[in-house]
Write a protein that binds this ligand. Structure first.
Ligand code: ZN
Length: 342
């Protein structure tokens, strides 16, 4: 049994993008209700803190940090057509990035083995110099830089299974061979990046792995890609820490995208990733909430992943994916050749 740390806090409901916005405070309220009393189930609550300006500046430009801080003077302010904030959003976003840092620190200190950070606003679309796609600060990218600078790690892997491509995270580490960014996403789709030929540049060439998928993919395709690409790439890269951009908008009930994943499927891909993580990174894995906009699907999927993090299911058999698939086979072939996997 592993000790799983959970970050969840009512203060994540203070960021108000406005009526009718899918990235709404109720997402955290639903997760709080679902995880209520989670300590009794063996989970450990980790208290979030606000990320400092220095920590956010590991990823973001000072001018942009000033812009987000200045948005707190407005009741409502739009960074772009999708990304609206309220006066509380700046502080909530600092608490989101800092919540992930607190959890990462708890894992590095050995207080917990792994964890899940239920934070908002999400982060993976946020670029160094701008907000985008509901995201203000790139929570996962800040955590990866923190693991490099503060904890001296040489190899960090980020697995992004949100249905949208994590453009901000990819761009942060484009030329960094020490952070492997791997994303599965619907394509073509928002934000438009994440083609299979985007593999990183300069010294970072090869340390970006994109698995763009057509709409309509579900558990079978994801499981096959995790078995055939994610697992061997993780073992080959041998990260010391694995971060997951855990969005649940690839769920079949999600209103924003066109994938057909189920909560059981999220559990299965999580188990595969945790098995590889156990061997190379001593279980050090922190999942960070990104998207997921249908409340029942979101809570069921998060509970399933949290259950997997507990470690008792690690050795349980997984459903076998189909032996071949016209949709994912070309992707598998391209990446196995690039990584020299037979
Ligand atoms: Zn998303």
């Amino acid at each position: 049994m592993l000790r799983t740390g959970i970050v969840i806090d009512r203060r994540y409901e203070a960021h108000e993008p406005g009526a009718g916005h899918p990235e709404r405070p109720e997402r955290i309220a639903a997760l709080r209700a679902a995880l209520d009393g989670c300590e009794r189930g063996g989970l450990l609550r980790v208290e979030p803190r606000a990320a400092t300006t220095e920590e956010l500046a590991l990823v973001h430009d000072p001018g942009y940090l000033d812009q987000v801080a200045a948005s707190a003077a407005h009741q409502r302010f739009a960074f772009d057509g999708d990304t609206w904030v309220s006066s509380a959003s700046h502080h909530t976003a600092r608490l989101a990035a800092g919540g992930v840092l607190a959890l990462v620190d708890a894992v590095m200190a050995g207080e917990v083995d792994n964890g899940f950070a239920c934070v908002r606003p999400p982060g993976h679309h946020a670029e160094a110099d701008r907000a985008m796609g509901f995201c203000l600060f790139n929570n996962v990218a800040v955590a990866a830089c923190h693991l490099q600078r503060r904890h001296g790690l040489d190899r960090v892997m980020i697995v992004d299974w949100d249905v949208h491509h994590g453009n901000g995270t990819q761009h942060t580490f484009d030329d960094d061979p020490a952070v492997l960014f791997l994303s599965l996403h619907q394509h073509p789709f928002f934000p438009g990046t994440g083609g299979v030929r985007e593999v990183g540049r300069g010294r970072g060439e090869g340390a970006t792995v994109n698995l763009p998928l057509p709409a309509g993919c579900g558990d079978a395709e994801y499981l096959r890609l995790f078995e055939s690409v994610v697992d061997p790439v993780c073992r080959r890269f041998a990260p010391q820490f694995v971060l997951v951009s855990a969005g649940f908008d690839a769920h079949r009930d999600d209103p924003l995208a066109g994938m057909r994943m189920t909560e059981q499927g999220f559990g299965a891909i999580c188990r595969l990733l945790l098995r590889a993580t156990a061997e190379v990174a001593g279980h050090r894995c922190v999942a960070v909430l990104e998207g997921g906009y249908e409340l029942r699907a979101l809570t069921a999927s998060v509970l399933r992943v949290v259950d997997e993090l507990g470690g008792e299911r690690l050795t349980e058999a997984l459903p076998s994916p189909p032996a071949d698939s016209r949709v994912v086979d070309p992707l598998i072939a391209a990446h196995r050749e690039r990584w020299g996997l037979s």
